[in-house]
Design a protein around this ligand. Structure first.
Ligand SMILES: [Zn+2]
Ligand SMILES: [Zn+2]
Length: 731
C-alpha cells in the first residue's frame, strides 16, 4: 500500500506534519510535489506530498484517503528546497512550501489555471475553395482570406479573426460544417509585456578582463563543476555581457539558468538583454505580474518550454530543471532578504540550490558584501568598457554654520546652475521622503510623533498631512500647537518633496523627475518615470535610494548624494557597508557618456571611512577595513546572527515573554554563543517590542535551539498576548 506523507498548507506554527494518507489506486500518479486536497479534522485543506512511503505507523483503518490531486504540482527538488528554507530560517514547513508552489495554489484564495482560447484553422478544402472560386458569401470569403494571409500557416484566434474579417460565430460554424475551416480549443499563453528602460549597449567588443572572466565561467559550466564566483566589476565594466556568456554556455549544454536582480523595477532592463540574445526561452517571474501571466510563465519553465528565468529574489524558487547557472546581480543589495516569514536570504538559498544542482553560481557587484569578498573566488573587471575613468568625487562638508543655502551646499547649487546653462542630465539622491522630516513648535518645543509608533511624523505638503512612515497613520498638518496655542510651527530638514520644489525653481525650465514611493503612485509607476527621464534631452532625476540602483543611463553628467551619512546614523553593524555601497553605486552612474561626469557628496561626516573610500572608488580598501572591524567585533562573516523579536500590546507582556524565552534559550545554545538582551526596540503600530540577539559560530545548532524554544512556546501558553518573529542572518 502506498502512503503519501502530506504537509498541510496551514499557518499554525504549533502543527507538526507531515501526516499520512492512504493512496487509492486511482491516484497512481501521485508523487513528491503533488498538491492534494485532503480531509483534515473536520476541514478540507490543501497539502503537498513530501514523501511516498511503503507503510505508516498508523493502522490502515485510521488513515484517510486524499480527496483529489490538483493538476499542477511542484518538482521534487523544489519541495526539498522549500523545506530546507523553512528549517534554515526557523519557519514552518507550510510557509517554506508556499515559496515553491505554482502561482495561485496558496492555502486560501481562488485557483488560477490555464486559459483556453478558440482558434480557427484553414483546411485543405478551405484553401481549394478559395483558389478554385467556390461559391462563398462575402463574409465567408473574408474569413478564408484572412486565414490564408495569417503568418504561421492559416491559423488565428477566433477573437483576432473577428476583428480582421468582421466574421461572427455563425459564419464560422457554417464554414466548419462545409469542412473549410476547423475550430478548436487551445491553450493560450498569457505573456507579460515589458518595456525596456535604460540604454542598450552598442556593438560589443569584450575587454581582456571580460574575456578572462567569461572563460572561467564558461569553463566551469562546460566541465559541469559546482562553483561559486564573485564578479567584482566597477559600474560600466560590462558584467551583464559576462552573465550572458555564462547563460549561453549553460543553454548550449541543455541546462537552465536563473538570473536574479534586486528589484522588480530592474527586471525590464535585464529581461530585454536576455530576450534579445536568447528569445522565447527566457521567462519572467515576479509578484507584480497578473496572476494568469505568472501561472503561464511558471508553467513554461516547469514544462521546459522556457529554460532561463529572470526575476527578483522569489525567482530563486523558479521551476528550472537541470539548473546550470544562477546569477545574483548587484549581490550587495539588501532587498535579496525577504521581510516576512520565512525571512530567507535569496543569496543564501541560491548557494544551496546551486550546490544541490551542481550548478555555477555567480554573484556580481561593484560594491560586494564583506561576506562575499571573504568567501568567494574573485573575477575582477576593473575598467569600464568605454575605457573612461571613473568620475572624480568631491566630498562637501556640511558642518559649517551657514545654512542659508538650505539643503544644498553652495558647490552643489553652482553645479546645478551649470547644468541648467549647459544642458545635460543629473541624478540627486536623498534618502528621505516627504516635505520635512520633523515638525515642532517654536514657542514651547512640542514635537509631533506618531501615536502608535515612537517616531516623528513627516510633513507631506501635497496631501497637507503629517504621516507616519512606519504604520501609515496620517493627520492634518496643524495650524497651531496643542500645548501652548502658538501658531509659529517650524518644519525642519528636507525630504524629496521639498527638494523637488526647490530644484524646479532652480532648474526651470529643465524638468525634474521625482522617484520615490509617493511619486510612483501619481505619474504611472517607476518604469514610466525612468522612461521619461531617459527620453528627456536634459533634466534631473531626484529620489530615494531607488535612483542608485542598477539603471544604466549613459548621458548622466552630474550625480549628487545629499546627506550621505544618513545611512551611517542607523544603529546597525551594516551601516558602513550600506553607506559605502549607496555612494559608490551612485558615483558609478555618472560620466559614462561623451561629456564625462562629476560626483558631489554632501556630508556631516567627511572623514568617515565609508565615505572616504567611496570617494576614492576604493572597494578593496573599504572591504579590508570593514572585515577587520567585523572580525574584532565578531560580526558576520565571522559569526552568525539570529534575532528574535517579541511584540505585544502591553509592555509587561513583551517583558514577560522575552524574559521567559531568554531563560529557555540560555541552557539550550551551543557553546561559545552569546545571548544579548532582551533590549527594547522602538514601539511600532502600538506594539511594544523587545529583541534578543544571538551571536554564534554554530549556525545550525543555534537555529535548531531557537526553533525548539519557539515551537514549545507556541504549543504552550507562554506566548499569550505576544507575537514572535525569528530573523536568521538579519540585514
Ligand atoms: Zn507649543
Ligand atoms: Zn506610526
Amino acid at each position: 500500500m502506498a502512503i503519501a506523507k502530506v504537509e498541510p498548507l496551514t499557518t499554525a506554527r504549533a502543527l507538526r506534519g507531515p501526516f499520512d494518507y492512504r493512496l487509492p489506486e486511482r491516484m497512481e500518479g501521485v508523487g513528491v510535489g503533488t498538491v492534494l486536497r485532503v480531509p483534515f479534522g473536520r476541514r478540507r485543506v490543501l497539502g503537498v506530498v513530501v514523501e511516498i512511503a511503503e507503510r505508516s505507523e498508523l493502522p490502515p483503518e485510521r488513515l484517510a484517503e486524499p480527496l483529489e490531486a490538483l493538476e499542477a504540482g511542484v518538482p521534487a527538488e523544489l519541495v526539498r528546497l522549500g523545506l530546507w528554507t523553512a528549517r534554515e530560517y526557523c519557519s514552518t514547513p507550510s510557509r517554506g512550501l508556499q515559496l515553491v508552489l505554482p502561482p495561485g495554489t496558496g492555502s486560501g484564495g481562488r485557483r488560477v489555471g490555464p486559459r483556453l482560447e478558440r482558434r480557427v484553422a484553414l483546411t485543405g478544402a478551405g484553401r481549394d475553395a478559395l483558389a478554385g472560386g467556390a461559391r462563398l458569401g462575402s463574409r465567408q470569403r473574408a474569413v478564408l482570406e484572412a486565414l490564408a494571409e495569417a503568418n504561421g500557416g492559416g491559423d488565428l484566434p477566433a477573437r483576432q479573426l473577428a476583428v480582421a474579417s468582421g466574421s461572427d460565430s455563425a459564419t464560422l460554424r457554417r464554414l466548419e460544417s462545409r469542412g473549410l475551416v476547423e475550430l478548436r480549443q487551445e491553450r493560450a499563453l498569457r505573456r507579460p509585456r515589458v518595456a525596456a528602460v535604460g540604454d542598450a549597449p552598442g556593438a560589443i567588443r569584450f575587454t581582456a578582463e571580460q574575456e578572462d572572466a567569461a572563460a572561467t565561467i564558461v569553463g566551469a559550466i562546460g566541465r559541469g563543476e559546482e562553483r561559486e564566483l564573485l564578479v567584482h566589476g566597477v559600474t560600466g565594466s560590462g558584467k551583464t555581457e559576462v552573465y550572458l556568456r555564462g547563460a549561453e554556455a549553460a543553454l548550449a549544454r541543455d541546462r537552465g539558468a536563473i538570473v536574479l536582480v534586486p528589484e522588480i523595477a530592474l527586471t525590464p532592463q535585464t529581461l530585454a538583454r536576455f530576450r534579445e540574445r536568447f528569445g522565447d526561452v527566457v521567462a519572467l517571474l515576479h509578484s507584480a505580474l497578473r496572476e494568469g501571466e505568472r501561472y503561464d510563465e511558471w508553467e513554461r519553465l516547469r514544462s521546459g518550454a522556457a529554460r532561463l528565468c529572470v526575476g527578483p529574489r522569489s525567482a530563486v524558487f523558479a521551476p528550472v530543471s537541470e539548473l546550470g547557472l544562477i546569477v545574483i546581480d548587484e549581490e550587495h543589495d539588501p532587498s535579496y532578504k525577504q521581510e516576512g516569514d520565512p525571512r530567507y536570504d535569496a543569496r543564501h538559498v541560491a548557494r544551496r540550490r546551486a550546490a544541490e544542482a551542481g550548478a555555477v553560481l555567480i554573484a556580481g557587484s561593484a560594491t560586494p558584501r564583506p561576506e562575499s569578498w571573504l568567501e568567494l573566488p574573485r573575477l575582477e573587471l576593473s575598467r569600464r568598457v568605454d575605457g573612461r575613468e571613473l568620475p572624480e568625487v568631491e566630498v562637501l562638508d556640511m558642518r559649517g554654520d551657514d545654512r542659508r543655502g538650505g539643503p544644498l551646499h553652495p558647490a552643489t547649487r553652482k553645479a546645478l546652475e551649470a547644468l541648467r546653462a549647459e544642458g545635460g542630465k543629473g541624478i540627486l539622491l536623498l534618502n528621505r521622503r516627504g516635505w520635512a522630516p520633523h515638525l515642532s513648535c517654536r514657542s514651547c518645543g512640542h514635537t509631533w510623533g506618531c501615536p502608535r509608533c515612537d517616531v516623528s511624523l513627516v510633513v507631506h505638503r501635497s496631501t497637507e498631512r503629517l504621516t507616519c512612515h512606519h504604520c501609515g497613520h496620517a493627520e492634518p498638518v496643524p495650524d497651531s500647537c496643542p500645548e501652548c496655542g502658538s501658531v509659529t510651527l517650524a518644519r525642519h530638514g528636507a525630504g524629496t518633496e521639498r527638494l523637488e520644489s526647490l530644484l524646479s525653481g532652480l532648474l526651470d525650465p529643465l524638468p525634474v523627475f521625482r522617484l520615490d514611493s509617493d511619486s510612483a503612485g501619481r505619474g504611472g509607476g517607476h518604469p514610466e518615470i525612468l522612461a521619461r527621464f531617459q527620453d528627456a534631452e536634459a533634466g534631473v532625476l531626484l529620489g530615494t535610494q531607488m535612483v542608485a540602483k542598477g539603471h544604466d543611463f549613459s548621458d548622466v553628467v552630474l550625480s549628487v548624494v545629499l546627506d550621505a551619512d544618513a545611512a551611517l546614523r542607523f544603529p546597525d553593524f551594516r551601516a558602513e557597508e550600506r553607506a559605502f555601497a549607496l555612494i559608490a553605486q551612485l558615483a558609478g552612474r555618472s560620466g559614462r557618456g561623451e561629456a564625462g561626469g562629476r560626483v558631489l557628496v554632501q556630508t556631516l561626516a567627511p572623514d568617515a571611512p565609508a565615505i572616504e573610500a567611496a570617494a576614492r572608488h576604493d572597494a578593496p580598501g573599504f572591504l579590508a577595513g570593514e572585515l577587520e572591524r567585523r572580525r574584532a567585533l565578531r560580526y558576520p562573516p565571522f559569526a552568525h546572527l539570529v534575532r528574535v523579536e517579541l511584540a505585544a500590546g502591553e509592555a509587561a507582556d513583551a517583558d514577560r515573554v522575552a524574559g521567559g524565552l531568554r531563560s529557555v534559550l540560555e541552557g539550550a545554545l551551543p557553546e561559545g554563543s552569546e545571548l544579548l538582551g532582551p533590549a527594547p526596540r522602538v514601539r511600532l503600530r502600538g506594539r511594544h517590542r523587545r529583541q534578543l540577539l544571538l551571536k554564534t559560530g554554530d549556525r545550525g545548532a543555534t537555529v535548531a535551539a531557537v526553533r525548539d524554544a519557539v515551537e514549545a512556546a507556541a504549543r504552550g501558553r507562554a506566548l499569550r498576548g505576544a507575537a514572535l518573529s525569528v530573523d536568521v542572518d538579519p540585514q
